[in-house]
Design a protein around this ligand. Sequence first.
Ligand code: NAD
Length: 236
Amino acid sequence: MHAVITGGAQGIGYACAEKLLSLGWDVTILDINSHKLKKASNELHCDYALIDVTDQKSVEQFFSQIVSFDALINNAGIWRPQQLEEIRIRDQEDVVNVNLIGTLICTKAALPSLSNSSRGNIVNFSSLAARTKSPGLGLYAASKSAIETLTKQWAVEIAPIRVNAIAPGLILTEGTEENYQGEMKERRANVVPLKRVGEAVDIANVAAFLVSEEASYVTGQIIDVDGGLGSGSPQS
Ligand SMILES: NC(=O)c1ccc[n+]([C@@H]2O[C@H](COP(=O)([O-])OP(=O)(O)OC[C@H]3O[C@@H](n4cnc5c(N)ncnc54)[C@H](O)[C@@H]3O)[C@@H](O)[C@H]2O)c1
């Protein structure tokens, strides 16, 4: 089995790579950050490619070299939180380009080689924010709502390739660590029914299930991995 994971140099993508490698998968991580990508591939002993998911040409060139593979994990994502009054359109275009158009570019380019696998499947990345509608998120939450819609659309459109999405809640990664300094981590943990902030491995465990044959009858689903936060908070 072979998985390609976008944004695999750190955080949730890295944890997904580590988990799948531990289960015997071959993994290729793609990332835009050359230094972190090489470091990650050295640590994990896996293949890598320096790819910006918004660069259609290089994405297409990468996937054209792969005859067949089994799982595409569209994890690369960015956020630029800004209140509406202060929004910089350019920043929010970047958010849509990476989160939404990047997912589209990778999925389209990967389709021929995913179709050559009898178990081809895709895991997209949404966010709990797609449904909690937190203020000040610019186009981040909207880009993730679109991912949820596309996940269901593609599950119908490209079956039997399975397409699911994970919607993480509050997860501590390199990308979010500034939100969890000192007391903030405990404060955030207390709003979660399970009373802890999630770790990247919590998400990787679910991704490993979704790409596995044990999930062979699961498609078009958005799986919340949020310690129960999407159902409510003990503090509200
Ligand atoms: N951490 C959370 O709390 C959380 C919550 C909800 C959803 N998510 C989603 O999970 C995914 C991973 O989040 P994370 O916290 O691990 O992020 P992160 O910032 O720690 O890691 C993201 C990785 O994606 C790479 N990347 C960014 N732009 C790219 C591009 N154009 N092309 C290729 N690679 C690119 C970065 O270099 C980085 O290595 C994202 O889609 C994010 O929106 C995270």
